[in-house]
Design a protein around this ligand. Structure first.
Ligand code: HMG
Ligand code: MG
Length: 307
């Protein structure tokens, strides 16, 4: 398939990126990160999670983060909602989009949300019904679509099955997530070839973690399958607390550099994202994991020193 003229990049750093941080990240830092990302022009920022603070303590300040951010017209602010309690939080916080999150692997479903795949769909059904009534957009995130940390291989048929169930409960958009970054381009194409038979291609996304260094190649493979929505995390932050060893999502700066090079419009200012990546890496006291981010920072510091 020909490459698209434009893609939508969903910035997931404030949620997927930060949820795994051991030390509590101050709420003000989270708010500043979201504001910087909004200002860079993202159409969608996954901002926080209304989940149990016993399960993910880092997201315990979800309501305060949502109350503190500046809303940029043109940016949707998404939040994770595993159950009705989460939806109540999302509604009170005026989220634009909720994200229900399930898995293509039974083992991961149990570890992440403490129920089977079938139970999760029954738990999500009242959430999506109520969200629809309130006019919220609904995204379904499907973990372990390319492999599971507990089960290993995940059949393509299992991915198709959950995509169909997500569609039946009203998901507007569905994320094919490689939670532990084990996928390769061949498998990526096989999965999209199969799921696009049951759900519209233009409403499927790619959520690739970069554990094995395959994320950019998988994004390119997905582009060739006609996928036009991709998730990325500024400075490559993150991982999932229930997927040990998994690294962050592919770094946003690297994805933007790729898209710019391909002449694909994202509407996002790479330089502002590089600055946001530097801000959060410094705030967390960790190495920036974005190759493009580090290279562009070094280049601009070099130019400043020579000026
Ligand atoms: P549970 O323990 O089975 O449920 O957890 P529960 O109903 O017995 O609740 C346990 C406690 O949490 C109770 O408190 C509830 O009130 C409270 P207690 O009575 O013991 O004091 N609680 C809540 N508090 C705040 N907000 C809520 C909420 N719900 C319950 N919404 C549950 C089930 C789903 C709640 C739990 O397993 C959970 O919160 N899991 C979230 C796990 C998570 O956030 N994982 C990371 C996000 S997914 C991800 O990263 C993958 C993704 O990036 C895609 C990919 O890469 O694969 C999206
Ligand atoms: Mg993830």
């Amino acid at each position: 398939m020909a490459l698209p003229a434009a893609v939508k990049i969903v910035e997931v750093g404030p949620r997927d990126g930060l949820q795994n941080e051991k030390d509590f990240v101050p709420t003000a830092t989270k708010i500043e990160l979201v504001n910087r990302l909004s200002a860079a022009g993202f159409p969608n920022v996954e901002t926080t999670s209304f989940v149990s603070p016993k399960w993910v303590p880092q997201m315990a300040d979800a309501a305060d983060v949502m109350a503190g951010i500046e809303r940029r017209p043109g940016t949707l602010y998404s939040v994770l909602t595993p159950n009705l309690r989460g939806l109540e939080g999302a509604l009170a916080a005026r989220a634009d989009e909720i994200v229900i999150f399930g898995a293509a692997s039974e083992a991961f479903s149990q570890k992440n949300i403490n129920c089977s795949i079938a139970e999760s769909i029954e738990r999500f059904r009242p959430v999506t019904e109520a969200a629809k009534q309130q006019g919220l957009r609904i995204r379904g995130s499907l973990s372990c679509a390319l492999g599971c940390p507990y089960q290993g291989d995940v059949p393509v048929s299992a991915v198709v099955d959950v995509v169909e169930r997500f569609a039946s409960i009203g998901c507007d958009e569905i994320d094919i997530a490689d939670t532990i970054g084990v996928g390769t381009p061949k498998r990526t194409r096989e999965v999209y070839e199969a799921v696009t038979r049951v759900f519209p291609r233009e409403r499927l996304s790619g959520h690739f973690h970069d554990t094995y260094g395959q994320a950019l190649a998988n994004i390119y493979a997905a582009l060739l399958e006609g996928i036009t929505i991709f998730h990325a995390s500024v400075a490559g932050l993150g991982g999932c607390p229930y997927a040990k060893g998994a690294t962050g999502n592919v770094a946003t700066e690297d994805v933007l550099y790729l898209m710019n090079g391909l002449g694909i419009d994202t509407g996002v200012d790479l330089n502002q994202v590089v600055a946001a990546g530097d801000f959060i890496s410094t705030a967390l006291g960790r190495q920036n994991a974005s190759r493009a981010g580090k290279a562009l920072l070094a280049k601009s510091r070099n130019e400043a020193a020579c000026a």
